[in-house]
Design a binder for this molecule. Structure first.
Ligand code: PLP
Length: 394
């Protein structure tokens, strides 16, 4: 490596300096340097994207469809998303004005926050939650205010906990059900209580519903479909999880035109548009992807049932995750912190899980295990976890 003489004082934005790199990465790096690892660490399907979807993308290349699309995405894709959202989740969006195809749900979250948040605005973030939320709020200039949930309460959002954190600066709340990392879902009744409070205080809701299809015990209820909520909800979703398309980087945001127009400004300058060939793949997934998706969902459900039961038999208390593909057992009975548990489990038993605290302070005392792994891997992982827990509980 050349030794470059440093003649430049580095100037980084305060916003970037304030945020930490993702806590999940450290475990991936450690695990990737070891042999015989069973990874329950990654938050992605263990399926390859179904062939017809891959083929649609190949065909788009063969046809030479290699230019930019409209900023908001292929109209045909937005139309398909519109039909899908209405038929699946009773949320109607105009494909011309109210839907934007994004570079994954990740970009959707970013432009949603940047379109709404002014410096100093407080954004309630229901925790434990996806690792991006608080950093993205900070990068948008806002102040993330954690609203804790707990296993005792099935990781449901408690209205009192929201009330306690409301201030004149509160502008919005970030919800995500089914939830990463807890797997919690919120039913209509519970969600309606939150909705009433949100309306009373005139908040915006960012609703990340990327796991909507992966709801195993009851139909997913979209926040935007509740009375009085459509007009104040920015719904973020995508293809990564339910269609096994993480690497394609396609997602979407649905919102009233006034919000969609604002998000489109950011999206058109920052991204121009999502990848054209990936959009053709997504279009095929929307049109002809249901059967494969349902098969995958049925398989996750089976694995969930097996894995959660086995974790309990191994001595860890675990609530029943109604959706996504994560179990979030309590590891308190071992006397270890979640970081110690994850590190020791990796070194001693070669099973990679993610310590709960990376999903917010409320995640301490838990670890996230993804059961989007083969049954064989899950069986082996459970044996190893059981041996580990036995050792520490005695
Ligand atoms: C809750 C949640 N939202 C968004 C994302 C990002 O999805 P995408 O791959 O579409 O950017 C993830 C990925 O793990 C997630 O768990």
């Amino acid at each position: 490596m050349t030794n470059v003489k440093n003649t430049h004082d580095v100037h980084l934005s305060k916003a970037v300096e304030r945020i930490e790199p993702s806590g999940i990465r450290r475990f991936f790096d450690l695990a990737s340097s070891m042999d015989n690892i069973i990874s329950l660490g990654v938050g992605e399907p263990d399926y390859t994207t179904p062939w017809n979807v891959r083929e649609a993308s190949i065909h788009s290349l063969e046809k030479g469809l290699t230019s930019y699309t409209a900023n908001a995405g292929l109209l045909e894709l937005r139309e398909a998303i519109s039909v899908y959202m209405e038929s699946r989740f009773q949320t109607a969006y105009d494909p011309e004005e109210e839907i934007i195809v994004t570079v994954g749900a990740s970009e959707g979250l970013d432009i949603a926050l940047r379109a709404v948040v002014d410096p100093g605005d407080e954004i309630l973030v229901v925790e434990p939650c996806f690792v991006s939320y608080a950093p993205l709020v900070s990068l948008a200039g806002g102040v993330p205010i954690p609203v804790p949930t707990s296993m005792e309460n099935n990781f449901q959002v408690n209205v009192e906990a929201i009330k306690e954190r409301l201030t004149p600066k509160t502008k919005a709340i970030m919800l995500s059900f089914p939830n990463n990392p807890t797997g919690a879902v919120m039913g209509r009744e519970e969600l309606a209580k939150v909705a009433a409070l949100v309306q009373e205080h005139d908040l915006v809701v960012f609703s990340d519903e990327i796991y909507a299809e992966l709801s195993y015990d009851e139909e997913h209820v979209s926040t935007a479909a509740l009375d009085g909520m459509w007009e104040r909800t920015i719904l973020i979703s995508g293809f990564s999880k339910s269609f096994a398309m993480t690497g394609w980087r396609v997602g979407y945001v649905c919102a009233p035109a006034v919000y969609a127009r604002a998000m489109l400004k950011i999206h058109q300058y920052a991204m121009m548009c999502a990848s054209t060939m990936a959009q053709y793949a997504a279009l095929e997934a929307m049109k002809n992807g249901r059967a494969d998706m349902e098969e995958m969902v049925a398989s996750y459900r089976q694995r969930r049932n097996y894995f959660v039961k086995s974790l309990r038999e191994a001595g860890l208390s675990c609530h029943s995750p109604g959706g996504a593909f994560y179990a979030f057992p309590s590891i308190r009975s071992t006397g270890l912190t979640s970081e110690e548990f994850a590190e020791k489990l990796l070194i001693e038993q070669r099973v990679a899980v993610v310590p709960g605290h990376v999903f917010g302070d409320g995640g301490e005392g838990h670890v996230r295990c993804s059961y989007a792994a083969s049954m064989k891997q899950l069986e082996e992982a459970v044996d190893r976890i059981a041996a580990f827990v036995k050792n520490y509980q005695n």
